[in-house]
Structures are given as C-alpha cells and as structure tokens.
Ligand binder design. Structure first.
Ligand code: G6P
Length: 572
C-alpha cells in the first residue's frame, strides 16, 4: 500500500509545554524511520530516530514515536476478475474512475450518478498482450500505422508501474489521482532505438477527468514519436451525436488513403464509417449527445490534432473484440499529435494535457443547442430594463431567425446603417442567400428541388416573413433567393461562412435562421428577431411539436421567484 503523509508528533518533545520545544524550534533535523509499530487505514505509528541540529552545536539525538497520518485515503491497487491490477479513483461528489496498470489505461469513468461515461466493448479482450477496446488507450510511440511499429504503438499493451517520482509535477497525494510510468526496455531499444520515459497523471475531480501525459527522452540521440489519447466516449446512439469545433478544418481521411480534405459541414454528424485526423484543432471540442442530453467537452493542450473514429457496422462485425452493435454506442474523439511528430532532443521532455468533462446538453460551443429547447414567448409590457436586456441576450444567442445584410455593425435594431431606399429599389436586384438545412428546422427555410420540372422551391417561415415585410415597403424591391449550396446540393459552408460571403459582397443579404452572434454582427447587420417586443425565453425540450407546450404555465419555469415578483410588480 502506498503512503503519503505528514508527521504529527506523539512525543512530548514536540509539544509546546516541553521546555525543549523552544530550543528545538529553530533547529534543522534529519529523520530516519526505525520501524513501523502499527498500521491502520489512516495512520501508521513509527519509531523514528531524529537528529536535531542548531548552528554548529553538537546534534541532539532523539528517538521518538511518530504517527504518520495519510493526508487522504491511500491508493488502492486491486486485481480485477481477469487478474489485471487496477486503481480506483474516487472523489467526494461520488464520481469514480478505474485505471489499469496494463496500458496505463483508464477503463471506466462514472459521474456522480454512477453513469458510465466511457465506452467499453462488450467483447473486449482482457488478456495481455492484446489491447483493450474501450476507455482511454494511450497510443505511443506511434499512432496507427504511421511507422514500423505495431498499430498504435506498444504503450497500450505493456504493464506500466506506479510512478513514485512524478516530478516536476507536484506529488499527487490523494485518492483522486494517480501517476503512472512506462519506461523503455532493452527490447524497445532494439525495435524503436531510443530510450524514453512515458508518464501519465490521471486526475479525477467533480465532473472532470484530466490526463497529463509526459514523454522524456532519456537517450543521447533525438527521439521522434506520434501520440494519441484515444477517448472511447459512451454515446446513446451515434446517429444522434454531433461534434462541434472541427468545422472548416482540414483533415486527413484514413478511409481515402490519408488524403487531405476540408470539413464543409456545420458540425460533424454520423451516418457511416468515419476515420479522420482533423488537423490543428481548437483547444475545445464539444461532443453533443442529443438523446442523452449530455455534452462532452474535450479540452486539450500540446496535442494539436484530433482523430474522429467510428467503425460503423461492417468494420465492427469484422473486429473480433467489438460487438456487432457496439459501434452505435461509441465514438472516439482523440487528443493527438500526428501530422507533425514530436521530436525530443536528448533529455528533453514533452507534456500534453487533456480534460474531459460533461455539461448539460443545452450548451454547445458557447451557444445554446436549438434542438434541446423550445422557444416560448411572453409579452411583458413594462419590465425593468436590465432584466429585459438579460433575457433579450439569452434569446438572441439561442435562436434568432433573421435577415442579415451587409454594411453595418452592431446589435439588431441598433444599426446605424439603414439600407437606403435607392439601394433596395432602383435597378438593383438583391441577391439573397438562403441556407440549406440539414434536416433540422426545415419549417423555417426549405429548399426543395422538383426533379421533374427542375424548379427550385424555396419556402418556410423565414421566407414568408421576409416576403410579408418587403410587401410593407411603399416602393418596389427586386430580389432573388439563391440557395447557398455546393455542387452536391449540401450547404456550401457554415453559417459563419455564409455571413462572410455577404461581407465580401457576394450576396446582398441572407434570409434564414441565422443565429445572431456578436462575432457575426461585427460584419453584417441583422434584423430584429421575428417577435413582438417582449421577452424571449427558453425551456427544456418537450416531446411535443415545435413551438407547442403541454402546459400554458411552462414559461414560468425558467423564472426565479424574485424575477416573477418583480415582473408582477411592473406589470401591475
Ligand atoms: O483497432 P485499433 O488498433 O484499436 O485501431 C482502431 C482504428 O484506429 C485508427 O483510427 C485507425 O486509423 C483505424 O484504421 C483503426 O481501425
């Protein structure tokens, strides 16, 4: 059992009423444990020889009994049913993680409600030297087949040890973190001819699992490696999952001979096998599980790439350690350093970091996820300005069907640039981009191609509102709707790119459910959201048709008692 602790003296020598105490206070001392007298889960009682020194005077020797108190519960290494040693990490809110010495692999991470957050294959092999399919395997010193070593390197099928000297990290001295180490063997020096030390700190805290990998070159020659923490995330149904943060990035497609492409989708969704190495990814990626109403947030540092992998049905069937249906409930989103291998000079060290946490699904990349909310509307004629502003901002950042047009900056309704009459009338025909929806909220904008007549029909709530608004003008406005689609009929980029196209004057405006964000409104003007002046509110998603609630009072739920009372006061 590993012990960490500090010493509280039982010897009367160390007590303040002892005349020797003041004498000893400013001494230095060295200490040698003679024997462990007794031991319990929380304490060890030790016989200690102490040598006290003060200046140049002769040392003062003392033999005392000391009680060593473990600062927190000790790390427990237990053997699981397959005989593999594992460490269980726990923390006060009740979440837990299990870490195998084999592979240095996290194999379980449960939240405070004891729900498993990591995927583990129903047919995983639990026998070395096979890798274990699930949890968080460490791919080192090679990712995939990018080298002469076995697939994903050997770290995931080696027995690691507890690292008792994790310097320069402060010692992990509680039961919610563990330091592991894997050192190169003689054998490794033959196949991958460099000496290394791979360390991994795994820390569990409320709602968060942090992994800090470090690699030290202990050789006299440079050492180069690729690396990945492969996160097998547990998801409800892969078809309901969306990954945000990788849009517009370049990726190497492992299913297309590692060819380089640029991501076109607004967010990554899954309807078939995927095996991509996204390059130079942001430090934060969101994996949104709509069905479970859970969002994983992956934050990383020192690992610029991210692999997104799901084998889908055919490959799953061909994999002996993956259940035929398992692909539906897993998704790998890795923190990785692949495109540019890490090169360490002799005795240099590399350090990475990844934090996995879960947040409520209402959150995605800083905006609310429209699929999880129903927007309600309540008219309040007079309300404190501040409160109104607060709700207004919530409303805007949620979802604001809008017309965007170029030429100004500022929040809706505050634009200094009112589109001049001559710009809207005259000879100019406004070119208005209409985004292609990928299945959601097609009630708002819908681009339909009639295959027989080849005509494109553009319809939906936003279009109707736009037409109605234009009819209100007392002069003629010519316009045409232009679908913002690519050659394959899909949306020709993200909504931000659509806004950019307006800014670059490739369109005169856009009509659609473009979310108003601060960033976008720096480039274009937005209309006010299509509501009467009032307060927009959000409430948890109901299993009811869009915009319909089963309770007329549900709109009261997001309001605090205070706000309700003050609203009532202002309304009366
Ligand atoms: O089966 P494993 O060795 O764990 O690898 C799982 C997958 O990892 C990577 O994403 C590779 O590109 C795939 O080709 C491989 O199938």
């Amino acid at each position: 059992m590993q012990r960490f602790g500090w010493i509280c003296f039982e010897s009367p020598l160390a007590q303040e009423h002892n005349p020797l105490f003041s004498l000893l206070k400013n001494t230095t001392h060295s200490l040698k444990v003679q024997k462990i007298e007794s031991e319990s889960d929380d304490f060890q009682v030790l016989s200690i020889n102490l040598e006290w020194r003060k200046g140049k005077a002769n040392p003062f020797m003392s033999s005392i009994r000391a009680k060593l108190r473990t600062k927190a519960m000790s790390l427990n290494i237990i053997h699981d049913k397959d005989g593999l040693p594992k460490i269980i990490l726990t923390e006060p809110t009740g979440s837990s993680a299990e870490v195998l010495l084999y592979g240095g692999q996290v194999i379980s991470w449960k939240n405070e409600r004891r729900e498993e957050l990591l995927f583990m294959s129903s047919k995983a092999f639990w026998k070395p030297p096979k890798a274990i399919r699930g949890g968080i395997p460490v791919c080192f010193p090679q990712f995939g087949n990018l080298g002469s070593l076995e697939q994903h390197g050997f770290a995931r099928n080696r027995m690691w040890s507890l690292d008792n000297d994790p310097s320069p990290l402060p010692p992990a001295n509680n039961q919610s973190s563990v330091d592991l180490v894997l050192k190169s063997t003689e054998e490794d020096l033959k196949t991958s001819p460099r000496g290394f030390e791979l360390r991994l700190r795994i820390c569990l805290s409320a709602g968060k699992l942090t992994l800090i990998p470090r690699v030290r070159n202990v050789d006299s020659k440079s050492f180069s490696f690729t690396f990945a923490l492969r996160n097998y995330l547990s998801v409800s149904d892969i078809s309901e999952v969306r990954v945000e943060g990788l849009e517009t990035l370049d990726y190497l497609d492992n299913l297309m001979r590692k060819e380089r492409f640029t991501e076109q989708a607004d967010a990554i969704t899954f309807d078939g096998e995927m095996d991509r190495v996204y390059l130079s990814t942001p430090t934060k990626i969101a994996i949104i599980d709509h069905e479970k109403k859970r969002t994983f947030e992956l934050r990383k540092d020192g690992m610029p790439d991210s692999v997104v992998w799901n084998p889908w049905d055919k490959k799953a069937k061909a994999m002996p350690d993956l259940g035929d249906e398992d692909y539906k409930t897993m998704l790998c989103v890795d923190s990785a350093a692949i495109e540019t291998p890490i090169i360490l000079k002799p005795f240099e060290e590399w350090k990475g970091r990844q934090e996995l946490s879960t947040v409520s699904s209402s959150y995605c990349s800083g905006q609310l996820d429209p699929r999880q909310f129903v927007m309600l509307h309540m008219e309040i004629k007079r309300i404190k300005k501040q409160t109104a502003l607060l709700y207004f901002v919530v409303f805007l950042s949620f979802f604001a069907p809008s017309f965007a047009s170029h030429g100004g900056s500022g929040w809706p309704g505050k634009s200094a640039n009112i589109i001049p009459r001559q710009q809207l009338s005259g000879n100019k025909k406004l070119r208005l981009a209409v985004p292609q929806k990928s299945g959601w909220f097609s009630e708002l904008v819908n681009i339909n191609r009639n295959l027989q007549t080849n005509a494109t029909i553009i319809s939906g709530f936003c279009i109707d509102v736009f037409r109605a608004a234009i009819e209100e003008f007392d002069y003629q406005v010519d316009y045409e709707f232009i679908p913002f689609v690519n050659a394959t009929g899909q949306c020709n980029g993200t909504y931000t790119e659509l806004i950019d196209q307006i800014f670059f004057q490739n369109y005169d405006g856009a009509v659609g459910d473009v979310t108003i964000t601060e960033n976008r409104s720096l480039h274009v003007d937005f209309t006010l959201p299509y509501t009467e002046v009032g307060v927009g509110m959000i409430s948890g998603y109901q299993v009811l048709p869009f915009f319909v609630s089963n309770s007329m009072w549900i709109f009261l739920k997001p309001l605090t008692t205070d706000l309700l009372l003050s609203s009532a006061a202002f309304l009366s």
